[in-house]
Design a binder for this molecule. Structure first.
Ligand code: NAI
Ligand code: X2X
Ligand code: MG
Ligand code: MG
Length: 347
């Protein structure tokens, strides 16, 4: 493990060269790893594990769309694809990659098969941290670990196929065998993580829920809408409003931030832009910091968890989510985006 200085703060990070794939394979060689749930993370993690030589099976409700997807990905019924409980029974490591709400309904069935010495794995601290709402309290004699890829399961797989790794955080909640950490790191490397950042279940879930509701998804969607609306109300055309809000950001400026930081992106814009952006940055920070604090409080109080559980436990939750995504998709902003994306010149 390396201690790395992040802007003056020391943190522990596990690097692939200290915990290489062959070590992970050695740690996992006698394990049967069951990936439970084949939604977004399930396929990414299961296929990467398989390609990395780990003995992996998939557990999923038969007849669902995800079951069909598993079949299409080459998992074989009765060989490597089973009903959830059947897979948990066969497993020594149970990777719980059901949706966070689905984990509640499936918990009693999974728990039955968590016999002494097995490992229970999550990719989110949700179920265990909010145990009062989820009822997920693991038996004392199993290891309980977390590896949370910091990105979509879709990217985890595509980056793996490109020879890249996606970074993850990892945590040990319960070490019953004395090997929980080693098992967590081995699983983390084998699912295709690059670097593994140390955290706890609680820290992971608080930061993850804040991040996705905030800057990563909710805030960026909201601020795009706000600026697009203002430009449209002030007489600008849809394409102009979209280009100045989204297209230039994702295509030109965001990659500069990704490569070399915010100051680098600023430095590559005009001095006119730099002067104005430096002046307005503070105003935006001050306007949003209270909202982000309100959000963090709502995460810590369990209110966000409650909303998720309540909404996503309904039988028609997928249809409802899809309807809302369709409203977004069909808005003028994103319909304009659809057209603008077709106009990305390939030279
Ligand atoms: N989507 C992502 O890329 C990321 C997800 N995570 C975490 O990974 C875990 C899995 O998330 P996703 O892959 O997004 O899940 P998902 O929402 O795609 O659902 C996974 C599977 O759960 C099954 N399921 C739902 N309710 C069920 C029930 N009552 N009984 C049995 N099966 C049920 C569905 O059939 C589906 O195949 C969650 O803890 C999530 O927070 C973490 C990082 C990123
Ligand atoms: C992709 C990811 O890490 C998120 C946004 O936190 C999630 O899908 O829950
Ligand atoms: Mg996340
Ligand atoms: Mg998340």
């Amino acid at each position: 493990m390396a201690t790395i200085n992040f802007g003056g703060v020391q943190e522990n990070v596990v690097k692939r060269d200290e915990f290489p794939l062959n070590k992970a394979q050695e740690v996992l060689k006698n394990e049967t790893v069951a990936v439970i749930g084949y939604g977004v993370q399930g396929p990414g993690q299961a296929l990467n594990l398989k390609d990395n030589g780990v003995n992996v099976i998939v557990g999923q409700r038969k007849g669902t769309g995800s079951w069909k997807k598993a079949l299409a990905d080459g998992w074989e019924e009765g060989e490597t694809l089973f009903e959830v409980e059947e897979a948990c029974k066969k497993a020594t490591v149970v990777m719980n990659l059901l949706s966070d709400a689905g984990q509640i309904q499936a918990w009693e069935g999974i728990k039955k098969h968590l016999t002494k010495g097995k490992a229970l794995y999550f990719s989110h601290g949700f179920g265990v941290t909010f145990y009062e709402k989820t009822g997920i309290v693991p038996p004392k004699d199993v290891d309980v670990v977390l590896v949370a890829p910091k990105g979509s399961g879709t990217s985890l797989r595509s980056m793996f196929l490109n020879g890249q790794g996606l970074n993850s955080s990892y945590a040990v909640f319960q070490d019953a065998t004395g090997k929980a950490r080693e098992r967590a790191l081995a699983l983390g490397i084998a699912i295709g993580s690059g670097y593994l950042f140390e955290t706890t279940f609680q820290k992971e879930v608080y930061s993850d829920l804040t991040g996705e509701r905030g800057v990563l998804m909710g805030a960026v969607a909201g601020i795009f809408e706000a600026q697009y609306n203002v430009l449209r109300q002030r007489g600008h055309s849809p394409s102009e409003a979209f280009n100045e809000t989204v297209e230039e950001f994702t295509q030109s400026l965001m990659p500069l931030i990704a490569d070399n930081g915010m100051d680098w992106m600023f430095a590559n814009c005009s001095t006119t832009a730099q002067r104005g952006a430096l002046d307005w940055k503070g105003k935006f920070r001050e306007a949003t910091e209270p909202v982000l604090n309100e959000l963090y409080d709502s995460v810590v109080s369990g209110k966000e968890a409650e909303i998720v559980i309540e909404a996503n436990s309904k039988p028609d939750y997928r249809t409802k989510l899809e309807e809302e995504l369709n409203v977004m998709k069909n808005s003028e902003l994103w319909q304009t985006g659809l057209e603008v994306r077709k106009l990305r010149p390939k030279l």
